[in-house]
Design a binder for this molecule. Structure first.
Ligand code: PXP
Length: 255
């Protein structure tokens, strides 16, 4: 049986900036959160520079790149403006996400099939600059196959619908979404893609999904920042790490 790869925890610090921006000024500082998260065991930091700069700002992204010792994952829309900023920032990775001004959060996956002509050169530009590209997509076979065809090295599966169904106790929906994720992760790995997952994860869903050996990175933000308000960020990172380790050990629902 092949060895189970380690599972990385990427901590998304967007909502530290959301809180800062609610008042203006400099606190709380997302870079301080990133440094604390790394000290507590995070394997990387994710930040999303949205077109409207509602949370992370240009200066935050530059400071994150300059100050953190672990990989920076730059979440971005596939626009000319973001491409220039990413090329100048040179993060370890860039995760391409769909973005709509009116949405509260990233509501769905990127339509890689519909936008393949525009995304191909975009992925190539980032890749040529040494930035590891990830496409944030639904666990949909057509999207996964197109991501492989466009030579994206990584996909991140949008698991938000599954997390919502679990949280709301909608068992049949949660099971159907889970089966899509399991099948999608297997398909992606067999197509040569590295597989990440994110959106809406909490301790329960992170533990469950950690049992999928195809998945090597989870990116988690909102739940962790909420927990951090009550128990502190270092404790939250340690608790999330423990949930992931429990899931990885049990390895249920796969093979
Ligand atoms: N991964 C991606 C690509 C995202 O867009 C987001 C949300 O910004 C996350 C992970 C983290 O989602 P959440 O904040 O719900 O944990």
């Amino acid at each position: 049986m092949p060895a189970i790869p380690p599972l990385r925890l990427g901590v998304n610090v967007d909502h530290v900036a959301t809180l800062r921006n609610a008042r203006g000024g400099r606190v709380p500082d997302p870079v301080r959160a990133a440094l604390l998260a790394i000290e507590a065991g995070a394997d990387g930091i994710t930040a999303h520079l949205r077109e409207d700069r509602r949370h992370i700002r240009d200066d935050d992204m530059a400071r994150l790149k300059a100050e953190i010792s672990k990989p920076l994952n730059f979440e971005m829309a596939a626009t000319a403006e973001m491409l220039q900023i990413a090329l100048a920032t040179k993060p370890h990775a860039a995760c391409l996400v769909p973005e709509r001004r009116t949405e509260v959060t990233t509501e769905g996956g990127l339509d890689v099939v519909g936008q393949c002509d525009a995304l191909g050169p975009f992925i190539a530009r980032l890749g040529d600059a040494g930035i590891r590209v990830s496409l944030f997509i639904a666990a949909d076979p057509a999207q996964i196959e197109m991501a492989a065809k466009l030579k994206s090295p990584v996909i991140e599966i949008h698991v938000g619908a599954w997390c919502d169904a679990v949280a709301e106790g909608q068992k049949p929906k949660a099971e159907a979404e889970w089966q899509r994720i399991v099948a999608g992760a297997k398909l992606a790995q067999s197509a040569g893609l590295e597989v990440h997952a994110g959106h809406g994860l909490d301790y329960v869903t992170a533990e469950t999904i950690s049992a999928l050996p195809q998945i090597v990175e989870l990116n988690i933000g909102h739940f962790m920042m909420g927990e951090a308000m009550f128990v502190g960020l270092p404790q939250t990172v340690r608790d999330m790490r423990a949930a992931m380790d429990r899931g990885r050990k049990s390895l249920r629902g796969h093979r």
